[in-house]
Structure formats: structure tokens, C-alpha cells
Design a protein around this ligand. Structure first.
Ligand SMILES: NC(=O)C1=CN([C@@H]2O[C@H](COP(=O)(O)OP(=O)(O)OC[C@H]3O[C@@H](n4cnc5c(N)ncnc54)[C@H](O)[C@@H]3O)[C@@H](O)[C@H]2O)C=CC1
Ligand SMILES: NCCCC(=O)O
Ligand code: NA
Length: 505
């Protein structure tokens, strides 16, 4: 499946259905995190390019070939994109791995998810046609009313590097399904596959301006998008500090935003589990999948004291078995983190934990056999207390911290002891207990007897400082719609609120 020598395409910005050099002609190097080598470069958009893209998006909305389409017509474009993604799956997956360090296995799964998400939103676009105009019966003779669902306008989509094309798809697919015109700003750390989405849109003949793709730095390309007066909504996935900046910028125009931010999600394991190894594997997957660079990573293991020692022993055995290598190698299960900045950040979290008195039970360093690349061993940290940074802050790397508990009350208190509220997992065979935890968890996503499986039919998002609004499912499309009420007075009788003037007045 791996095509090692996929050439890195040299692209420009994708605006108005064509490739355009950025106004300031700047480019950003692409770094392969597995080798630390520069592989190519991407265009760096600035505010001038944002203005051009916004105008292209507005023209698309005003033109019949996009602005007047039915959901069924848009569904055809979305299905054509899905088909092209599958046709180019191995090339796209390899590019994704080269750019972000994701294992090829995970990149290939992402491409399947990308295609499935476009397909799913094609279905939603079709379903929208029958819901476009919904009568509302007021049970009054004098009024006829209905509600229209219309595209909100120009959507700004700002996305991260951990699932580069998939996170973009979670926003692009519903924005297009709704009939918006979109401007995607992917992360400068991994933009290759998002630019290839531009090529796919060109190949399938998506009307110009319906989707524009501006690569570039956050403050130079993302910030002008968030603060543009003619961008009608912003959907963002990324860090809390950037989310706050985006919300602040958008607030100046009372622009709706949805924010999918960080997390420090718990996984609670009870001693009533039937099979220790199954729980161990979910715990590993929950924290080390995608090299821990997952907003919903269950990076706080909350373990019932009675099984702690046996569980940790099995966890160590399984962890030592994880293959860490170049992400394109067969069976690689843990690649490098995305960038030198992220590498330094993860190692600093580990050294801070040590300095605060925690124990590095396993890992904590660069793997001995890999001399180059931003690799960090899967790391397990014990002797953690709730005032430590490692308990409170998102690492976004393969680092699991562990605490034990005796009672259910203690477990739920530990689980909810976070400023974040994205996801929670509980492993137990006791149905009533699982229901109690489902109710008590202060998060938007609950996993029972698993961690991380994600389905595009279900709402994705959090509460507290993990943000608000939802991607995916029908909820992921709603934010791109304007709900318009229409009220018609159908009576021949005067309204008779004011006194009617007399005939000779
Ligand atoms: N919730 C999640 O899925 C993610 C969380 N993170 C967290 O954020 C940390 C830092 O990663 P970064 O890449 O720096 O995340 P970031 O939040 O800065 O980047 C996400 C996106 O926002 C853009 N951006 C940055 N500054 C902006 C601004 N002022 N206005 C508009 N857009 C802007 C970036 O270019 C990128 O496209 C990670 O270590 C991790 O903890 C990072 C990526 C994804
Ligand atoms: N399994 C998808 C996770 C998406 C995210 O990290 O935002
Ligand atoms: Na990269």
C-alpha cells in the first residue's frame, strides 16, 4: 500500500476554481517530521489573498451554478469528491503520513473516513431539499407561516494538523452540503492533502469559488479570515488560546463561531471488567493513537486501586510491544509528533512532571533506535497528583498519566476535575454504574468500554473550555444554515390595531 516516492505536488492557493500565486509570493517549507527534511513548500496567504477569496466566495453564492443549486445537485459534487478521494487514496494517505508523521495505517483509515464523510453529507444535502421549506401550523385562519433553511453565506473553516484532511472534511463537507461557499485555512504544519482537495475540486468541476483553500500562517491567513466582515461564520478546531483569539475577532462582527478545542479526557477502569487485556488495549489506543495528538485522547487513566498493579503490569507489556518507526513502515503503530515545536513541548511536559515529583513508569525519551525525527516514546506517568501540570494540561503527545481511586464518588470527581469537557470513557460491565457515569460526566462525548471510535453520524464537540458547537451528524450541518421564518397575513380583514381614518379625513 505504501508508495514511498510520491512526489510532493507544488501548488498555489486554490481560489475561484484555479491555482493562484499568493499576492505577497511567500512560501512556507514543508517538513517531514520523520526525517526533519524539507520536502517542498506551500503558498503563504495573507490578508490580501483572504479578500480575494472572500470575493470569489460571494460571487459563487450570487451565481446560479452554486448559489441556486438544490441539495440534490450539491450532493452530486460531494459524491464526486468522495469517489476521487478513494481513487487517489494511496497517494493521499502517503502524502498525509509524509507531512504529519501519522502512521500509514491511520492515514489510510482517514482517507476512508474522508470519503465516507463526503458521502454522508451528500445524503444530508439531499434530505435538505425536503426540509428547505417547512410549514408551521399556527392553527390560525389569518396567517400562513413557514420556515426556510438557507445557506448562511461565506464560511471560514480553520483547521489543525492532527487529522489534516479529515478535520478539513468535517467542516468542508457540511458547509458545501448546506450550500455555503467556504474558505478553508488548514494548518501550516500539514497542508499538503488539503491542497490536493483543491485539485480534486478542480478535477470534478466544483463551481468556482464554492471552496477556496488558503494555506498560510495562523496570524497572517487565519486571523484576517476570522475578522473579515464578509465571512458569515467561523468553524475552528485547534488550541484554546487560538480559539479565544478567533472568538474575540469574530465578536467584533457578532459572527457566529463554533470552537472545538483541547481536552484532557479521562478513562476510568473498574475492577469488574471481564478481560484485562481488552481494557488495556483500549487504554493504549485511547492515548497513543495518532501519537497522542488527538483532542479527545483519554490521557488521564483513572484506575480502581484493587487492579492497579496488575493492570499497570499488563499496560507495560503492551506498551513495549508498540512498533515505533518511520510512519510508512509496515505495522508502524507510533510515528513522530508533527513538528520540532511539538516535540520540544511534549518533552517539556514530561520533564516538568518529573520535576513536580511524578514517576516516569515507562518512556519519557526519544526511542534509542531512531536518531532523527520528532519521535517520543509512549510514556506512562504515575505518582501524579491533581495539582500537577501533567494532570491538568493537554500534552498532545503519547503521554498517559495515571491515578487510582477506591470509590465511584472518587472516580467521578477525578474524571470531572478538568477545565476541559470534550470526552470521557468508562470501562465496566455494570450497566447501572455505566449509566450513572454517563449522566455524571461533564463532557460532550462518552465512550463506554472503548475509547476514540468516531462515527460521522454522531455529534462531535465539547463543553467547558473544550468549546461549543458540534461537527458531524446533522448537528454539523445546522451551523451553516440560516433559519428564516416567513409569516404571511392571509385574511382580507383589516388588522384594526389603529383607528381607521374616516372617509373624509
Ligand atoms: N483540538 C485539537 O484538535 C487541536 C489542539 N491543538 C493544541 O494546540 C497546541 C498548539 O498547536 P498549534 O498548531 O499551535 O494550534 P493552533 O490552535 O495555533 O492552530 C490551529 C489552526 O489555527 C490557525 N491559527 C493560529 N493562530 C491563529 C489566529 N491568530 N487566528 C486564526 N487562526 C489561527 C493555525 O494556523 C491552524 O490552522 C497543540 O499542542 C495542542 O495542544 C492543536 C491542534 C489540534
Ligand atoms: N478521531 C478524530 C479526532 C478528532 C480530533 O482530534 O479533533
Ligand atoms: Na509537515
Amino acid at each position: 500500500m505504501a508508495i514511498r516516492n510520491v512526489p510532493i505536488p507544488s501548488r498555489q492557493l486554490y481560489i475561484d476554481g484555479e491555482w493562484r500565486e499568493p499576492v505577497k509570493k511567500k512560501r512556507i517549507p514543508i517538513i517531514n517530521p520523520a526525517t526533519e527534511e524539507i520536502m517542498g513548500d506551500i503558498p503563504a496567504a495573507t490578508g490580501e489573498d483572504v479578500d480575494i477569496a472572500v470575493e470569489a466566495a460571494q460571487r459563487a453564492l450570487a451565481r446560479g451554478d452554486w448559489g441556486s443549486t438544490t441539495g440534490a445537485q450539491r450532493a452530486k459534487y460531494l459524491r464526486a469528491i468522495a469517489a476521487k478521494v478513494l481513487e487517489k487514496k494511496s497517494e493521499l494517505a502517503t502524502l498525509e503520513s509524509l507531512d504529519s508523521g501519522k502512521t500509514l495505517l491511520e492515514s489510510a483509515a482517514d482517507m476512508d473516513d474522508v470519503a465516507a464523510c463526503f458521502e454522508y453529507n451528500a445524503d444530508l444535502a439531499e434530505a435538505l431539499d425536503s426540509k428547505r421549506k417547512t410549514p408551521v401550523n399556527l392553527h390560525l385562519d389569518s396567517f400562513k407561516t413557514y420556515v426556510l433553511r438557507e445557506p448562511l453565506g461565506v464560511a471560514g473553516l480553520i483547521t489543525p494538523w492532527n487529522y489534516p484532511l479529515l478535520m478539513a472534511t468535517w467542516k468542508v463537507a457540511p458547509a458545501l452540503a448546506a450550500g455555503c461557499a467556504a474558505i478553508l485555512k488548514p494548518s501550516e504544519l500539514a497542508s499538503i492533502t488539503c491542497l490536493e482537495l483543491g485539485e480534486i475540486c478542480r478535477e470534478i468541476g466544483l463551481p468556482p469559488g464554492a471552496l477556496n483553500i488558503l494555506t498560510g500562517l495562523g496570524p497572517e491567513a487565519g486571523a484576517p479570515l476570522a475578522s473579515h466582515p464578509h465571512v458569515d461564520t467561523i468553524s475552528f478546531t485547534g488550541s484554546v488560546p487560538t480559539g479565544i483569539k478567533i472568538m474575540t475577532a469574530a465578536a467584533q462582527f457578532v459572527k457566529p463561531v463554533t470552537l472545538e478545542l483541547g481536552g484532557k479526557s479521562p478513562i476510568i477502569v473498574f475492577d469488574d471488567i471481564d478481560n484485562l487485556d481488552i481494557a488495556v488495549e483500549w487504554t493504549l489506543f485511547g492515548c497513543f493513537a495518532n501519537t497522542g495528538q488527538v483532542c479527545s485522547a483519554t490521557s488521564r487513566l483513572i484506575l480502581q486501586e484493587s487492579i492497579a498493579s496488575e493492570f499497570l503490569n499488563r499496560l507495560l507489556v503492551w506498551t513495549k510491544n508498540i512498533k515505533i518507526s518511520d510512519p510508512l513502515e509496515e505495522d508502524c503503530k507510533l510515528g513522530p509528533v508533527v513538528s520540532s515545536g511539538q516535540y520540544e513541548k511534549v518533552l517539556k511536559f514530561i520533564s516538568n512532571a518529573k520535576n513536580e515529583g511524578a514517576t516516569i513508569l515507562y518512556g519519557g525519551e526519544r526511542p534509542q533506535h531512531l536518531k532523527k525525527g520528532y519521535y517520543v516514546q509512549p510514556t506512562i506517568i504515575t505518582d501524579v497528583n491533581t495539582s500537577m501540570e501533567i494532570w491538568k494540561e493537554e500534552v498532545f503527545g503519547p503521554v498517559l498519566c495515571v491515578k487510582t481511586f477506591k470509590t465511584e464518588e472518587e472516580a467521578i470527581e477525578l474524571a470531572n476535575d478538568s477545565k476541559y469537557g470534550l470526552a470521557s470513557a468508562v470501562m465496566s460491565k455494570n450497566v447501572e454504574r455505566r449509566e450513572r457515569f454517563t449522566k455524571a460526566f461533564q463532557t460532550g462525548i462518552i465512550w463506554i468500554n472503548c475509547s476514540q471510535p468516531t462515527f460521522h453520524q454522531l455529534p462531535w464537540g465539547g463543553k467547558k473550555r473544550s468549546g461549543f458547537g458540534r461537527d458531524l451528524g446533522e448537528w454539523g450541518l445546522e451551523k451553516y444554515l440560516n433559519i428564516k421564518q416567513v409569516t404571511e397575513y392571509t385574511s382580507d380583514e383589516p388588522w384594526a390595531f389603529y383607528k381607521a381614518p374616516s372617509k373624509n379625513q
